[in-house]
Design a protein. Structure first.
Length: 246
């Protein structure tokens, strides 16, 4: 089971190529008349989710980290966070309704409602974006992935501390965005399959190369969907991300 986090030198030695200095190329779409898949071909989604393969994590890093209570929210978010007794004591008036979409801090919202600020809990705004490379020395294959806790500007979490908010945010982290593949094995074909594409565009051949190759958006979505579906059986991603945040 892959539990190790590798450093740069290990990846470069294993794949005989640097992961950051090479130009990204485009893989080749195989729209030849024959649609038969080589029985010896490596299928990218199947390989990435095969727990029998000794996958290792390299270069897990954070590119964006926001954990703050200082960002404004529309007034309605603050009002909705009140308990029922406070809402009954301060029902919605036309003046309050007019403020519903106005961005403001929790303190400002308390003034608008006419209550003390301690009756409103100010949420933590959390946004974490990162990347990592998962690689197999045996397959001579590395895949660069991106991850985040939310696709929104930030995720609002009501907890007492920033640490608790960060922990809560990362419970539901997800893969997103572009995927780059570095494949060094010229002895075996690597392919990506999009079964929803037209018949002559389903198979994407990823040739061996010294450079990363960017997957098309449709094939990246296929890989992400498969990783998300099988994520519970791929604990090395969780381990690497949580270790990076500590």
């Amino acid at each position: 089971m892959p539990t190790q986090v590798s450093d740069d030198s290990n990846l470069n030695h294993s794949l005989s190529a640097s992961s950051s200095s090479h130009e990204v190329q485009e893989p080749i779409l195989d729209n030849s008349p024959s649609k038969t898949v080589d029985p010896n071909a490596i299928i990218l989604t199947q390989a990435l989710t095969d727990s029998a393969i000794s996958w290792r994590i390299h270069n897990c890093k954070i590119s964006e980290k926001v954990v703050t209570q200082d960002m404004p929210l529309p007034f309605l978010y603050h009002y909705d966070s009140l308990d029922d007794s406070a809402k009954q004591a301060h029902p919605l008036t036309p003046a309050l309704l007019a403020q519903f979409n106005t961005p403001m801090t929790a303190n400002a919202a308390a003034e608008v409602i006419g209550i003390t600020s301690d009756l409103l809990m100010s949420p933590w705004h959390v946004k974490i974006v990162g990347s990592l490379v998962v690689f197999s020395e045996a397959l001579q294959l590395a895949v660069r992935l991106h991850w985040t806790n939310t696709g929104k500007r930030t995720q609002q979490i009501y907890t007492k501390s920033a640490k608790e908010a960060l922990t809560a945010a990362l419970k539901d982290w997800q893969f997103f965005g572009r995927i780059d593949v570095l494949y060094k094995n010229d002895k075996q074909i690597l392919i990506s399959i999009d079964e929803q594409a037209q018949a002559d565009e389903q198979i994407l051949t990823i040739n061996a190369s010294a450079d990363y190759q960017k997957l098309s958006a449709t094939h990246a979505l296929i890989v992400i969907a498969k990783l998300e579906a099988d994520k519970a059986q791929l604990p090395w991603f969780d381990t690497a991300i949580l270790e990076r945040l500590e």
